[in-house]
Design a protein around this ligand. Structure first.
Ligand code: AMP
Length: 333
């Protein structure tokens, strides 16, 4: 059976934390079993924030290393860099003609950037949705796994595609549909007891896949809790619930029930719970961390994987561009 094509991108944000792992990486790994998955690192997209050249490369490399170490398998999917596919910027140029200023200015992500970085409202930010659309349609993908925050971009992609197909009277590009690969969208809590785990909240609030055991112990022992329950079976404050949520991810169910009982009869000692969580987290992350070190030291393997992924992605993209040039009347003499 021919597998359906899906495309997913990841921004080159460098080292990945537990939220990225359970919220994104694990899905990549599952999707490659079911779909003909194109997974790319969106390095062109990241230029909108003007990263330093050395940081950009280091972050791209790190994210690839970590995805591979977590089980993304280049034999089952196509893993590539956006910047290795020159047909993407070419199609982006063409599709800029199908995107109107008003709708680009109304995009929620653009408006948010205007507020958050008023000193750098560049044209790349404005046309970000066009580049995102092209990331998808370059492979003529019909299904895209997207979160709620990306729904608007996907609607815009459908609008651009419809305009192209209508203007040239073709049904060349499918209108890509959103789908949730994993219906249980997880949200991994931060160690500071507030909100989601996120790099922007600081190193100490995140558990990174590369954290060494001692760093993990320190971070977890410092996690926010409270002074403990005073009434049996009372509701848990968010910070305490967060610790239980993290424990459910990495500890055996008996350990979780043990501390649930202790909480419910008010005899819980958070220090003990954190110690148990830290040791289980170390057990969970050690093989991943070791694999990251192994993959990272194998420059030849990385070069090969990214080289092959780029070739496969370009093959598809070259066909798309050939067809599009034909459709729009650009012909070589
Ligand atoms: P970011 O680097 O924050 O853009 O995150 C990359 C991806 O990781 C997001 O699209 C989410 O799917 C996932 N992610 C990030 N933080 C969390 C979290 N705390 N819980 C669950 N998923 C997350």
């Amino acid at each position: 059976m021919v597998k359906e094509i899906t495309v997913s991108g990841v921004r080159p944000t460098g080292k990945q934390h537990l939220g990225n792992y359970f919220g994104a990486v694990v899905n990549f790994v599952k999707m490659q079993e079911v779909f003909n998955g194109y997974f790319f690192v969106a390095d062109y997209h990241s230029l909108t924030t003007h990263p330093k050249a050395a940081d950009l490369h280091a972050n791209v490399r790190q994210i690839i290393v970590e995805y591979l170490a977590c089980g993304v398998d280049p034999n089952k999917c196509t893993l590539y860099l956006q910047s290795d596919v020159p047909q993407i910027p070419e199609l982006y140029l063409i599709f800029n003609m199908f995107a109107y200023l008003g709708e680009l200015e109304r995009a929620a992500t653009f408006k948010e950037k205007v507020r958050s970085q008023p000193e750098n409202v560049n044209a790349g930010l404005l046309t970000y949705p066009v580049l995102m659309a092209v990331d998808i349609i370059i492979h003529r993908a019909a299904k895209v796994p997207v979160g709620k925050d990306q729904q608007q971009h996907l609607e815009m992609t459908r609008d651009f595609v419809t305009r192209f197909n209508n203007l040239y009277q073709v049904e060349y590009f499918p209108e890509p549909q959103a789908f949730n690969f994993d219906s249980n969208l997880v949200s991994i809590p931060s160690l500071d007891g507030e909100g989601k785990m996120s790099k922007s909240k600081g190193e100490q609030t995140c558990i990174y896949l590369t954290d060494e055991p001692e760093a993990l112990r320190k971070k977890i022992m410092r996690a926010t809790t409270d002074s403990g329950p005073t009434m049996p079976h009372s509701a848990k404050p968010i910070a305490v619930q967060n610790l239980f949520d993290l424990m459910k991810l990495v500890s055996p169910p008996e350990t979780v029930s043990f501390f649930e009982e202790k909480y419910n009869d008010c005899s819980i000692r958070y220090g003990d719970m954190k110690k148990a969580l830290a040791e289980d987290m170390i057990r969970f992350l050690t093989p991943i961390r070791e694999k990251i070190v192994e993959v990272s030291s194998n420059e030849k393997l990385l070069t090969e994987i990214i080289g092959d992924g780029g070739s496969k992605a370009r093959e598809n993209a070259t066909q798309t561009l050939k067809d599009v040039r034909e459709i729009i009347g650009i012909k070589s003499f």
